[in-house]
Design a protein around this ligand. Structure first.
Ligand SMILES: Nc1ncnc2c1ncn2[C@@H]1O[C@H](COP(=O)(O)OP(=O)(O)OP(=O)(O)O)[C@@H](O)[C@H]1O
Ligand SMILES: [Mg+2]
Length: 249
């Protein structure tokens, strides 16, 4: 098998709005290797969330191909797509999306419950995951009793629950102060090192960009630039001089 975990070829995603067709994604080609941390940047409305959702099996492409971990998503039947979403991808969102009536540990158990993992096993794994993200002391707290950074670490533990090879983040630091954002990026880099999990992170945040191995810039549904590690290092060195907007968009 090739080392490419995600292969997107000539991807197109249209939305219909009344009589009009909106081309949210247009001729997108990209690849992500196992264990990479890849960023996606671009202005509002450029198609970042649409792209992430298509990779995560939440929206079907209207053209082109997308393969994740050897599965061609356009060929999967609905029931296989449900299995794909449960086992192949984990999601983290800007506003954490934890269930407010469930404790931290219960939130982490949710994907395992859906996958049919028996209670003792899912409790054990949820505890282990909360320890990995540094939240084991707070496992019985409700989301409202946790800070934003703490809630996002619980959301990362939840995303890891069924051991997906890939985690997709839509503005994961968008609601965090810079200290919590740095801590989250550190956690993501450690997870990549320890578990070889692959991350694709949509972001506007320089802290996230600095922690990526590669970054794609998209505009009007098309990839306009690809930034390598060298470009990202240059960006790091020039902090304060080059703004993210000047450099990436
Ligand atoms: N469900 C939908 N129905 C119709 N049009 C949509 C839908 N979702 C997104 N769009 C349109 O597709 C385009 C891309 O939207 P998308 O949400 O992917 O952008 P984005 O880059 O994530 O923006 P932001 O940075 O504001 O989150 C926009 O023009 C948007 O209006
Ligand atoms: Mg978006």
């Amino acid at each position: 098998m090739s080392s490419e975990l995600v292969q997107v070829t000539d991807l197109e995603r249209n939305y219909k709005r009344g009589k009009f067709k909106i081309a949210a994604l247009n001729a997108i080609d990209l690849t992500v290797k196992k264990g990479e941390i890849v960023g996606i940047v671009g202005p509002s409305g450029s198609g970042k969330t649409t792209l992430l959702n298509v990779i995560g099996g939440l929206g079907k492409p209207t053209g082109g191909h997308i393969a994740v971990d050897g599965e061609d998503l356009s060929e999967l039947a609905d029931k296989d797509l449900t299995h794909f979403r449960l086992h192949k991808v984990g999601f983290i969102f800007q506003f954490y999306n934890l269930i407010s009536t469930l404790s931290a540990i219960e939130n982490v158990e949710v994907p395992m419950t859906l996958a049919g993992v028996p209670k003792p096993e899912r409790e054990k794994r949820a505890r282990e995951l909360l320890a990995i993200v540094g939240m084991e002391q707070r496992m019985n707290h409700l989301p409202s009793q946790l800070s934003g950074g703490e809630q996002q670490r619980v959301a990362v533990a939840r995303a890891l629950a069924n051991r997906p090879p890939i985690i997709l983040g839509d503005e994961p630091t968008g609601d965090l102060d810079s200290k919590s954002a740095k801590k989250l990026m550190e956690l993501i880099r450690n997870l990549r090192k320890d578990t070889k999990t692959t991350f694709i992170l949509v972001t506007h945040d320089p802290i996230v960009v600095e922690g990526c191995d590669r970054v794609y810039s998209i505009r009007d549904g098309k990839i306009t630039k690809e930034f390598t590690q060298t470009d990202i290092n240059h960006f790091k060195m020039s902090q304060g001089k080059d703004s993210l907007e000047e450099l990436l968009v």
